[in-house]
Design a binder for this molecule. Sequence first.
Ligand code: PLP
Length: 400
Amino acid sequence: MAFKPANNIQDLQYFGEFGGVNPSISDSSTYTFLSAKTMFDTFEGNAEGCYLYSRHTTPSNLYLGEALAAMEGTETANVAASGMGAITPTILQFCVAGDHVVASRTIYGGTYAFLKNFAPRMGIDTSFVDITNLEAVEASITEKTKILFCECVSNPLLEIADITGLSEIAKRHGLELIVDNTFSPLSISPVKLGADVVIHSLTKFINGSSDTMGGVVCGSQELIDSLRNVNDGASMLLGASMDSLRAASILKNMRTLHIRMKQHSHNALFLAEKFEADGLRTVYPGLPSHPGHELIKTMMNDEYGFGGMLTLDVGSLEKANELMELMQKQNLGYLAVSLGFYKTLFSAPGTSTSSEIPEEEQKEMGLSDGLIRFSIGLDNDIERTYAMMHKCMKELNILE
Ligand code: PLP
């Protein structure tokens, strides 16, 4: 039977303490023990079902983690206070001083900055590669390499990583393939394609209401246990744990993710086709002109579409800024970073979410000044949205 991640979420059943249809929220930072011996055993990691302290985990966090693990098809998952709070401990759990990482050069600016500027302080070096070139990826692996890191659909250039091809390389060299699936939840199931670990910033599509931060690492029980280990677990010791109230609210929002993703994808495809026909330089994985279009079609769970992210190149930063300000004035969306909101969000990545990447490298990877990244919203009448955006572009002479 086809892998249906939304069904996997739907099929979970939780009851609250008093038979509530939602699980009760654990409103405690610490937990009592009937015996001192059980407390000791729990510290040693040997007391199944007992809760210790909320930085370790909480019942609410476990519910959310289970739903995310069900979505990604992993044994289990660990939620974190932010996407970066999931990414950095995972890298540090796998790598020690002297180890090496191979990462895509087109990844979220924060992840890039961590690998480029911070991890070397701990003796962990990274080679940044063109992830669409499997030969270049393999050639950059050394005997010190421990992990291969990429995003399925990259931020902000929307490059498509060949997860199956990368997983074959990872297996050949005994590496862990860690995939950030923030841009393509439900659409792509990396584990099904051979990835070992899947990470999300829950701050984006999965929560979908731009009211909280969150992150998750989905992987094997062994990995998640190691991240939570009280003695040497990077999640436990670095402390970016999620609060139970947030876990409960994200779980509730996640139940509508499949409906939202379909609408985000529908609207983004509509606009991408229109803008491309208007002659604008449009990048969207659902367009046949996208270099990764055929590849993503072989990897995706069709019903959720090609996702809600697209980019337009309007020629210069000045034009990009003018257009974004005008669109915000017309209430077509917000000039804001982040993604996955019900409103369209737009920003110029070169001066915002990817500003950590030096200008020279931005140029090399094709990140131009006039690039606007759109996270397309849930607009009910996308034809009207298009007509209004088109008018803004004409007014600014971006379109004739
Ligand atoms: N991964 C991707 C692809 C992102 O776009 C972001 C944030 O923009 C992150 C990770 C980091 O997530 P957070 O901001 O929740 O820490």
